[in-house]
Design a binder for this molecule. Structure first.
Ligand code: NAI
Ligand code: MG
Length: 495
């Protein structure tokens, strides 16, 4: 952290890369159309970006297919050499972190320190997978006498990666690192709201040494460029992160096109359960952090805070005090000490304000916040705490994606588990308790892809990431994530 604090943003950086990246070249789109990228902290236009569509996706897929041809340089590359290129990609992003971080702040609005943290975490993801390239090993199968069988892993082929705006650079990195480790080629579609840091990856891919066609980047809109990818007959897999609504569309597009493999990383309405033996101050601060991080724009956000009735009143009082203090940490993302930026755009801002209004109307108690952060240009919302939240309210069911905490009272652990599980989502959950049996009982009973005990949001390159139910299909990261970028081949030999 000390080292990161010493890194300074670049003043008035030149935005060099606004074109598509196909076959190791930056090119204009076929239609000649452009779209604007906006700075959410100032509401000003940063630059115009080339708008990719179906014709451009076709070009990128053709380049990717050529890179995946039998005997191509990429297919013939020794796995250890592939690992070296992936490792070099990590070195480049660390070297260029001030530039990448600055562009991320301008495009996305997150504080500079947070952008740097994303970059250094991503470098670790690349290094983890760099080391995995020469360790992707199959099994020898039990066979009758006279036969010998084994499995091996092949790359799945051409991957379409569609990513969201809340962690623009990081989400592209997560998908790219796994694609490259598995030996695939990729067509990435960065989010239309924040395309700029993914576009920098073209230069990084060339410098690291990826052969032409292995990495392709097509900025553009979801229903056009995104749909062209998810419907494409020559794409073998889609790795998607975004809303559950679009997840349904992507899964259907696979079904009506070529049954491409689909992994989906979608929304959540995750619960944190605060047991009566919990360390109260720690639980108050961590549970709130798990709502407000990235200004609440986080699929893993633990927004349903279930608190045991014995400690409920004190928990609400302390949470309100803390949120009121945390207001000072919201602001201009380049100012040191600022930890929370604006919401990404007016659409998200309006959606969050509508949900806050619904909470008030449905009878939840607004303890603090709930308004636009005054005196600030940009899409800033005050850190907001609701108490007296009931399960049927919209704020207890819908993903808010803003800095809004819902505090809910419970009486018994059985009740808390049932209510936590009563959701169409199942991405993450946490329990705060000093009772080991309670911790393990709850961890076993929760229907969610992650459970943290006395901790929140802990993630490393080896932790499989993903959800139960409508929070998604499959996992990213770790060995389980890598598997979804591979096909298994069974080879049987008659001796
Ligand atoms: P979105 O799901 O529309 O956008 C995510 C990505 O999907 C973007 O790259 C977009 O261009 C692409 N996309 C959109 N429509 C598509 C289509 N028909 N075919 C292929 N790709 C398509 O998310 P949006 O509208 O930006 O945010 C809406 C809500 O979604 C948020 O309020 C939040 O609740 C949730 N969300 C969840 C995220 C997560 O991390 N799981 C990330 C972003 C949003
Ligand atoms: Mg932007």
């Amino acid at each position: 952290m000390e080292a990161l604090l010493a890194i300074k943003p670049i003043r008035n950086p030149e935005i060099k890369r606004t074109q598509l990246f196909i076959n190791n070249e930056y090119v204009d789109c076929v239609s000649g159309k452009t779209f604007e990228s906006v700075n959410p902290a100032t509401e000003e236009t940063i630059c115009m970006v080339q708008e990719g569509d179906k014709a451009d996706v076709d070009k990128a897929v053709a380049a990717a297919r050529a890179a995946m041809k039998r005997n191509s340089p990429w297919r013939k590359m020794n796995p250890a050499d592939r690992g070296k290129i992936i490792g070099k990609f990590a070195d480049i992003m660390e070297r260029d972190c001030a530039m990448i971080g600055t562009v991320e702040v301008i495009d996305n609005g997150k504080p500079f320190l947070m952008a740097l943290l994303d970059i250094f975490n991503c470098a670790n993801i690349f290094r983890y997978y760099a080391g995995y390239c020469d360790k992707i090993e199959g099994r020898t199968l039990a066979m009758e006498d006279g036969k010998m069988g084994f499995t091996k892993y092949d790359p799945v082929g051409v991957v379409g990666a569609i990513t969201p705006w809340n962690y623009p650079f990081a989400m592209s990195c997560v998908k790219l690192a796994q694609c490259m480790c598995a030996g695939n080629a990729v067509v990435m579609k960065p989010p239309e709201l924040t395309p700029l840091t993914t576009l920098l990856m073209g230069d990084m891919a060339i410098e690291a040494g990826f052969p032409p066609g292995v990495v392709n980047i097509i900025p553009g809109y979801g229903p056009t460029a995104g749909a062209a990818i998810s419907e494409h007959p020559d794409i073998n897999k889609i790795a998607f992160t975004g809303s559950t609504e679009v997840g349904h569309i992507i899964q259907s597009a696979s079904g009506t096109s070529n049954l491409k493999r689909v992994t989906l990383e979608l929304g959540g309405k995750s619960a944190v359960i605060i047991g009566k033996t919990a360390d109260l101050d720690k639980a108050v601060s961590m549970a709130q952090d798990a709502c407000f991080v990235n200004s609440g724009q986080l699929c893993l956000a633990l927004t349903r805070t279930f608190v045991h009735e014995d400690i409920y009143d004190e928990f609400v009082r302390k949470s309100t005090e803390l949120a009121t203090k945390t207001r000072e940490k919201f602001g201009d993302p380049f100012t040191p000490g600022i930890l929370y930026g604006p919401q990404i755009d007016r659409v998200q801002f309006d959606k969050i304000m509508d949900l806050i209004e619904s909470g008030k109307k449905e009878g939840a108690k607004l303890e603090c916040g709930g308004k636009r952060l005054n005196g600030k240009k940009g899409f800033f919302i005050e850190p907001t705490v609701f108490s007296n939240v009931q399960d049927h309210m919209r704020i207890a069911k819908e993903e808010i994606f803003g800095p809004v905490q819902q505090i809910i009272k419970f009486s018994s652990i059985e009740e808390a588990i049932d209510r936590a599980n009563n959701s169409t989502y199942g991405l993450a959950a946490a329990i705060f308790t000093n009772d080991l049996s309670e911790a393990l009982y709850v961890a076993n009973a929760l229907e969610s892809g992650h459970v943290w005990v006395n901790d929140i949001l802990a993630l490393t390159p080896n932790t499989p990431f993903g959800g139960y139910k409508q929070s998604g299909i499959g996992r990213e990261l770790g060995w389980e994530g890598l598997l979804s970028y591979l096909e298994v081949k069974t080879v049987i030999i008659k001796i």
